[in-house]
Design a protein. Structure first.
Length: 81
């Protein structure tokens, strides 16, 4: 069964993350908050594509759903006020 920690490991292996939080308790549905410099200058769809790339085939086979909030460090600073 997939765990939030497993997803965190997969994402952090491919993306430098300033903030990385993953939650989920049923083994297939998860939510993530990700702040990464790799997201700077990219739109939301491109940011999510980077995360999907980090997860690879696991998104199809092991992870049924992943709800994401993604931010560049600049977007995150603005979000925090």
């Amino acid at each position: 069964m997939v765990s939030p920690d497993y997803i965190k490991q997969l994402i952090s292996a491919s993306l430098e993350c300033n903030v990385l939080e993953v939650e989920g308790d049923d083994g297939t549905h998860f939510s993530a908050l990700i702040v990464s410099p790799a997201f700077s200058g990219r739109g939301r769809v491109q940011q999510h594509q980077l995360v999907y790339k980090a997860l690879g085939e696991r998104m199809r086979d092991e992870i049924h759903a992943l709800s994401m909030k993604t931010y560049s460090p600049e977007e995150w600073a603005a979000q925090q006020g």
